[in-house]
Design a protein around this ligand. Sequence first.
Ligand code: GRF
Length: 214
Amino acid sequence: MSATDSQPPRQFASRRLGVLISGRGSNLQALIAAIDRGQLDARIVVVISNRADAGGLDLARGAGIEALVISHRDFATRDDFDARLAQELRDRQVDLICLAGFMRLVGARLLDAFPNAVLNIHPSLLPAFPGVDAQQQALRHGVKVTGATVHLVTGELDAGPIIVQASVPVLETDTVATLSARVLAEEHRLYPEAVRLVLDGRWRIDGRRFMTGA
Ligand code: GRF
């Protein structure tokens, strides 16, 4: 391995993260905690919410992170909204974007500005149960195992190359709430791990496959 091989790609050299949220922000909190514990070598430079009432905004501010509200309602088109997000993220030299409960589809204007640099976490074992209410979909379907997935974001909903997954059992006594809590605990472990893997840069995409081997 040459000296350059052992370095992360220039793309991620400064390890600056932007986190996009719409709600309570427990995955944001898990990323903040992993950074504080020294388990994730990165810096969250901005948190952006499309909703002013997102609880994650207070979490961010409490951690001394800049927190912005950019409402999609203030833009005529998705492209305009995405272009504004891309601009704010570029202005802060963000290397990698983490969607963490961000309830908007992201489109080409953002994805083209950050190629292979937008991650999402989803509460199922994709490709099962994409979209909203994944835990309820899993219960209704009657699967015995579900879980969480972190994947690269593409233009297609919850469909990009899978970076890491973790499974959890579905119990006969489960409700949406108990199953969601079990999945969420795995999400909080998984997201920092996925971000670390991506920032370390020793990966490639082969077809749909995210590969870390030689
Ligand atoms: C998580 O279950 C995540 O997988 C999904 O939305 C939820 C966000 O929760 N995309 P939080 O805001 O991170 O607590």
